[in-house]
Design a protein around this ligand. Structure first.
Ligand code: PSV
Ligand code: MN
Length: 424
């Protein structure tokens, strides 16, 4: 379901005068606005195929209605999102939740919606109905070679699905680890996991990358075999140049300095990209920027500085993905908020007076450093994000338009009140 272009035009017309006033004020104050708008225009954030339905916790799941029932309907949702915000032009598939049965038809559909396929994700953290061996005690780390082989074969199958769709990377997140002291020999688990990853690495096409995602805890609560960025970097370094570390913002212990982790991974040329979300306690998978937008801004500060230092293309050289779960919000509204938060943080990082910051750092002028960062953070750059969207044919206020057109109701009418999307 896409909207008639005239509906977006009418929505924009009604808001254009006020928007232009706010934009003019920023243009007047900051000579770099035009450059920032162009960089925002180029920036796309991939939407996870598993986040278009309602999420749940182990205590329950409260369906919101109109959830996509198939991969095609998930793409329809991302197509709509992208039509509204022009910044969600990619989808990241999780397999086997979303197996493309007819790749040619799926590719054609993606083209119609203006979507590309971002990293594909394997799943060896759940047992599937017809699976021969269980992942209860791990997958790539498993003590039984046959289980490891099953998990390796699955990852290779996921790469094949990705190749058919034009993806260029596979993200491997392992729930492997142990729940109790003594359960696992750490070195043995590491070595078996590395060997398994090496087999997957061998199966990568020449222009592909493998992203190794780490997570501090859950579902294993004593040790995780890829538990932090150090372990992920160790695997990635041992694997070779096509292996990188993926940072999911929710996968750290409380108060971890994620921006510093990001800066060092970038320095090493080993940062794959992100699973964006926000959290207060653990892997809460909340809307990006809803709890700690300042941290997000600080991460983007390091990203912009580090990518510029390495002459990287901001839009293309890292994987930008959302990984969130929506227990109480409409998934599409939540995703709109997340994409917006990412673009705002990016824009604010671009506004930082980096030359002045370098000088202040060299002079140990701590107060000035803070002033410079917060001057950018406290500037309302939403009009620049809206302008980038507007120039690409999107809506000035996507969320408002989604609501005023009652788009969720339309989806409910079409799909039903009680549909359930695949995912967690
Ligand atoms: C694990 O918590 C994770 O962050 C991984 O990226 C999974 O693939 C994803 O969530 C979906 O459950
Ligand atoms: Mn993740």
């Amino acid at each position: 379901m896409l909207l008639e272009g005239s509906i977006i035009e009418k929505h924009n017309e009604q808001r254009l005068r006020r928007h232009n006033l706010k934009l003019a004020s920023l243009q007047d104050e900051f000579p770099e606005t035009e450059q920032i708008i162009r960089q925002i225009e180029a920036f796309q954030v991939a939407i996870p195929s598993w986040a278009l339905g309602t999420g749940g916790t182990r205590f329950g799941r409260f369906s919101g209605g109109g959830e996509p029932r198939s991969l095609e309907e998930k793409m329809e949702d991302v197509g709509l999102l992208h039509q509204l915000n022009r910044a969600s032009g990619a989808i990241s598939l999780h397999i086997p939740w979303d197996v493309p049965q007819d790749p040619a038809a799926i590719r054609k559909l993606a083209k119609e919606y203006g979507l590309t396929f971002d990293a594909v994700n394997s799943n060896t953290f759940q047992d599937q109905p017809h699976q021969a061996l269980s992942y209860k005690f791990g997958s790539l780390q498993h003590v039984d070679k046959a289980v490891r082989k099953q998990a390796i074969d699955h990852n290779i199958a996921v790469i094949k699905h990705g190749v058919e769709l034009g993806s260029k990377a596979i993200t491997v997140w392992l729930s492997d680890g142990s729940c109790f002291p003594g359960q696992l020999n750490f070195r043995g688990a590491f070595e078996r996991t590395l060997e398994s990853l090496q087999e997957i690495y061998q199966a990568l096409p020449a222009d592909w990358k493998v992203f190794i995602e780490y997570k501090a805890f859950e579902p294993n609560f004593y040790s995780m075999t890829v538990g932090d960025w150090g372990q992920s970097l160790l695997y990635a370094s041992k694997l070779g140049p096509k292996a990188y570390t993926l940072v999911d913002l929710g996968h750290h212990l409380p108060n971890a300095n994620i921006e510093q982790i990001v800066a060092l991974l970038l320095m090493e040329g080993k940062l794959a990209g992100f699973h964006f979300n926000d959290s207060k306690y653990g892997d809460d998978d909340l809307t990006v920027g809803s709890i700690n937008p300042y941290q997000l801004f600080l991460i983007f500060n390091e990203l912009v500085e580090g990518m510029n230092a390495r002459n990287m293309n901001h839009a293309k050289d890292l994987g930008w993905m959302i990984d969130a779960s929506h227990n109480v919000k409409d998934p599409l509204e939540d995703l709109m908020q997340s994409v917006e938060a990412i673009l705002i943080a990016y824009a604010q990082a671009l506004l930082i007076d980096t030359a002045a910051l370098k000088q202040a750092q060299a002079a140990n002028d701590v107060v000035r450093c803070q002033e410079l960062l917060q001057a950018a953070y406290r500037t309302d750059l939403r009009p620049l994000v809206a302008e980038a969207r507007f120039r690409k044919g999107g809506a000035l206020e996507p969320l408002e338009l989604f609501r005023s057109e009652a788009l969720r109701n339309t989806l409910i009418k079409k799909r039903g009140e009680k549909t359930v999307a695949t995912g967690l």
